[in-house]
Design a protein around this ligand. Sequence first.
Ligand code: COA
Length: 333
Amino acid sequence: MYTSKISGLGVYVPDNVVTNEDLSKMMDTSDEWIQERTGIKERRWIKPDSGDTASSMGAKAAEKAIANAGIDKKDIDLIIFATLSPDYYFPGGGVLVQKLLGLDTVGALDIRNQCTGFVYGLSVADQFVKTGMYKNVLVVGGELHSKGLDKTTRGRTVAVLFGDGAGAAVVSRSDDQNRGILSTHLHSQGEYAEALTVKHPSMTKWVPEVVADLDNLTYYPFMDGQLVFKHAIVRFSEAIQEGLQANNLTREDIDMFIPHQANLRISQYVQKKFGLSENQIHNNIQKYGNTTAASIPLALTEAVELGKIKKGDLVVIAAFGSGFTWGSVVMRW
Ligand code: COA
């Protein structure tokens, strides 16, 4: 088996900052409510005429990740693209990233695991690199939430949470046996699929039926927030524990924990449970909201750029989200 590591990271967020104050002009909400419940101060939402999409933002992040890895685009062997806000119903956004990057006809795989999408993507990339099939796999998470949210008081519980943006990582074969991705673990529990969902349009109810029944709002995200919260804190903790145990490590070994940025309260609960100090966790949901498949690369890249992650550090990533799905990645940086 070969060793795999993250060799490059890159992010892209739209310039347009939307503060909680801005939201309070669109719906009955307040900076105080949003910060107290979620930690979010602002998020990025594309300007509607910007032309940005999940795949175009993903491609911009990917360009940076490839440059950061110090490789050429033609060295990418496979694209993995995670999003819950695709440009098209089909085809998936992976092929659009391939086109935008001008890559050769490499494979493009789409991941539909929402907030856990990047963890699933890293896990798939890790397998391809470890088995020797590919040398460089591009993992991209891109999200355009702002066009699909109900920005009225009716949709405020969900609308205040989500932001647009993208992040990417290059997962590469490495000669260094002592560093790299140590383990990944993936989980799902479909009995809660409807607890966090956009149900339609889909093949259970296509556009004409949705249009005929617009009051049902099934085209906006639905979330049972408290149920999601309760499951998230349990599954985050399990995922971390499982990753540590698989590597004969304990919580004392964690140098940096990068949680999917779902809610600052969820991250803080997990931080406390594992006895992690402020220096052992990185959150940036305050600036970007929940960017779903993009949130982990956005937080990981920032932590690296701030010098909070150093060579040899044990980095633990965990995510939980719609599906429900959850998982972890343990890496020696
Ligand atoms: N602004 C102001 N008030 C709001 C509001 C908003 N944006 N959204 C909801 N409210 C109101 C509700 O109407 C309700 O009012 P009421 O008491 O008069 O009925 C009150 O605030 C409490 O609502 P509730 O939904 O019970 O709040 P909560 O404490 O559960 O917090 C979340 C809501 C969404 C912040 C919380 O449930 C959560 O974070 N869940 C997990 C979400 C998540 O992580 N999702 C992504 C998964 S990856």
